[in-house]
Design a protein around this ligand. Structure first.
Ligand code: PGA
Length: 269
């Protein structure tokens, strides 16, 4: 156990994640978007910015823009990956391929993957295993649906998701990469109906408590728990103020001025 303490890469910087989802439509637009964002984000200290474009723009994001960054605050993430490193799996992208491309983070279990592509906690757990084996950092998304928006029901869903996805990891191997957990109430994603800081704080404390039960303590304490769901430049810093270690941003990450304001406001906290 004590040896494992030494190999954990503790990272407690605030992390702001731009999840571009299935946008923009061309590589040129992707390049311009990132260029605009980079222009407005300077002198940030304790913050990391992870750009998560569609797979096809990963090389552009990495080569043309991020590698030129001197600050070391820019990282590249992927929106999904497969649960095997290679093989006869038409249409899939493996974590090994992502790693070779310079990707460091992978979003996992996003509600849009669960809803539109039928991803279950079991599938997500399989992906988590291979992501960690490749020493990539997962950004694991969890959260309740609109129907489950009630304290007891929220706790039940979060408990189930965390247990089913995370408990296998203490059995097969202990991660040496960062672990990020994104609390994303599904009803708040893309709706403008963001979660109030009071509600979000209850979920944050509950997730912390559950992590202590599921994982070895030193591991659970080093996990960054972030918030996602209709974050904008007005509400962003409220989540950091109540203890979230970062934000997962969809819509607002496609609007450079809005995203820049979000990063800069969190960096000042
Ligand atoms: P949103 O998306 O910021 O557009 O609500 C967040 C997400 O899906 O991660």
């Amino acid at each position: 156990m004590v040896n494992n303490l030494n190999i954990i890469n503790v990272n407690q910087k605030i992390v702001i994640i731009a999840n571009w989802k299935c946008n923009p439509s061309t590589e040129r637009e992707a390049e311009n978007l990132l260029r605009e964002i980079k222009k407005g984000i300077k002198k940030i200290r304790n913050t990391e910015v992870i750009i998560v474009p569609p797979f096809v723009y990963l090389p552009v994001v990495r080569d043309k823009i991020l590698l030129k960054s001197k600050e070391g605050i820019w990282k590249v993430g992927a929106q999904n990956c497969f649960w095997e490193n290679s093989g006869a799996f038409t249409g899939e992208i493996s974590p090994l391929m992502l790693k070779e491309l310079g990707v460091e983070y992978v979003i996992l279990g996003h509600s849009e993957r669960r809803i539109y592509f039928g991803e279950t906690d079991e599938v997500i757990a399989k992906k988590l295993k291979v992501i960690l084996e490749n020493k990539l950092s997962p950004i694991l998304c969890i959260g309740e649906t609109k129907e489950g928006r009630e304290e007891k029901k929220i706790e039940k869903v979060l408990k189930r998701q965390l247990k089913e996805i995370l408990s296998p990891i203490s059995r097969f191997s202990l991660p040496t990469s960062d672990l990020v957990i994104a609390y994303e109430p599904i009803w708040a994603i893309g709706t403008g109906d963001f979660c109030s800081p009071d509600e979000a704080k209850k979920a944050l404390l509950f997730i912390k408590k559950e992590l202590i039960e599921i994982l070895p303590r030193y591991l659970s304490q080093n996990i960054r728990i972030i918030y996602g769901g209709s974050v904008d430049s007005e509400n962003a810093k409220n989540y950091i103020n109540i203890g979230f270690k970062g934000l997962l941003i969809g819509g607002a990450s496609l609007i450079p001025q809005e995203f820049i304001k979000i990063v800069n406001s969190c960096n000042l906290q």
